[in-house]
Design a binder for this molecule. Structure first.
Ligand code: AMP
Length: 422
């Protein structure tokens, strides 16, 4: 049997890894800049956490979870997303007893059993932030500003920010009644799923992807028109802050969340250039979630962004191929004769101690082959440890860009290298 990575998973190999590290670095640095600290939670949790935290009517929980029994017959699930685990950790460690709000970020693999396609995997990576313990609309704005700052740092200007408010349970109930009144007369024109949704959760008919459903419900009463005063003001404040900070958004009445614990702000980021799976991230407020998971009545808000789609978007950016180049080999040490190997190791150590990324040949290649090898590795500079030069206490330093070379005294090698690389 030929062994391959399981369907819907992938390997990241060099030089692609450098791009991942670059994007991860930007995400981490930006989150830190905004005052967020990292949390790391287990890759698997008790299944019940996701049933409660993600919602037992969602596609994720009903169809997509990697659930298994361990040897003690506990039902465990590979995490399909990060928020539920963060909330579980917040409650378990009573973190909410400390300073509020709590501002966390996380990153790592998530698992969903879905049909793989471009931009959709069974193991994929998310980066996310969560803020617990503040009702302030300025926090909603901050979370969105953080996400936008990441995109700007990555040079991804072609994004669309979709924004909506899903209100609170109070105004949502009024909206729900109006929606039902609007939809019942056109029930026969809705798809099979939507006919069920109409009974169970009419809000979810709004984001159905079937064109006929959208046509049937055209002109539906929007949540926006039914927000209570508190929710209306909250939403207005978020939009004002975004406007103040020159962040453009699209008010999207179709952006809904099917679950009760989602409240107020909902948002999604799309990058249309990356194709059908253009949503690279999204989030919103979830004032009812912490209580639903068994904690105190605390508000929360967060977002999650998909790393694979972010990297895909990066590829559409001019100059993308140079991303991560800083990590490339800077100096290659060519050794003319195997008898200088020990000396080469001492020299390499000296070069590396100055922070210059360097390597040498270990397979006894000829001088010519070593030059080719250095070229393949993309080395900026080759240092030649040759017999004649050694006798004079010097080394040859060759700049692979300009193709110029010079003979330098061994003791000034690192200074010369630094100069050339500056
Ligand atoms: P969600 O947790 O479903 O709101 O997804 C947030 C983001 O995670 C999406 O916008 C995607 O970028 C990413 N994402 C979700 N599911 C997958 C998947 N199966 N494969 C790759 N990325 C995903």
């Amino acid at each position: 049997m030929e062994l391959k990575a399981p369907r819907g998973t992938y390997d990241v190999l060099p030089p692609e890894t450098a791009k991942w590290q670059y994007v991860e670095g930007v995400l981490r640095d930006t989150a830190r800049l905004f005052g967020y600290s990292e949390v790391r939670t287990p890759i698997f949790e008790h299944t019940e956490l996701f049933e409660r935290g993600v919602g037992d009517t969602t596609d994720i929980v009903t169809k997509e979870m990697y659930t298994f029994e361990d040897k003690a017959n506990r039902s465990l699930t590979l995490r399909p997303e990060g928020t539920a685990s963060c909330v579980r950790a917040l409650i378990e460690h009573s973190v909410y007893g400390g300073i509020m709000p709590v501002k966390w970020y996380y990153g790592g693999p998530m698992f969903r059993y879905d049909r793989p396609q471009a931009g959709r995997y069974r193991q994929f990576c998310q980066f996310g932030v969560e803020v617990f313990g503040s009702h302030s609309p300025f926090v909603d704005a901050e979370v969105i500003m953080l996400l936008v700052e990441v995109l700007q740092r990555l040079g991804l200007d072609g994004y669309e920010l979709h924004l909506n408010s899903v209100g609170c349970p109070k105004c949502r109930e009024i909206h729900r009644q109006k929606l039902v009144e609007h939809m019942v007369p056109v029930k026969e024109r809705l798809c099979h799923d939507c006919q069920t949704r109409l009974v169970k959760n009419p809000l979810r008919v709004i984001d159905c992807k079937v064109r006929a459903c959208q046509e049937a419900i055209a002109g539906f009463p929007t949540m926006y028109d039914n927000l209570c005063e508190t929710c209306h003001n909250h939403y207005a404040q978020v939009k004002t802050v975004l406007g103040d900070n020159a962040i453009a958004f699209i008010q999207d009445h179709n952006l809904v969340r099917g679950l009760d614990y989602y409240t107020n702000t909902a948002f999604e980021i799309h990058i249309p250039q990356i194709g059908a799976q253009s949503a690279i991230g999204g989030g919103g407020r979830y004032n009812g979630l912490i209580q639903a998971i068994g904690g105190p009545d605390l508000p929360g808000i967060g977002f999650a962004i998909g790393m694979e789609r972010l990297l895909l978007a990066l590829e559409t950016r001019p100059g993308a191929q140079r991303v991560g180049e800083e990590g490339r080999l800077q100096v290659f040490l060519a050794v003319q004769d195997e008898k200088y190997s020990a000396l080469a190791m001492r020299l390499l150590d000296r070069i590396r101690r100055t922070g210059i990324i360097s390597d040498r040949d270990y397979n006894q290649r000829s001088m010519k082959a070593q030059m080719k090898y250095a070229d393949k590795l993309g080395a900026r500079i080759v240092v030649v440890l040759g017999e004649a030069e050694l006798a004079r206490g010097t080394l040859v330093v060759r700049d692979m860009l300009s193709r110029e070379q010079q003979e330098v005294p061994t003791e000034s090698l690192t200074a010369v290298l630094k100069d050339l690389l500056a």
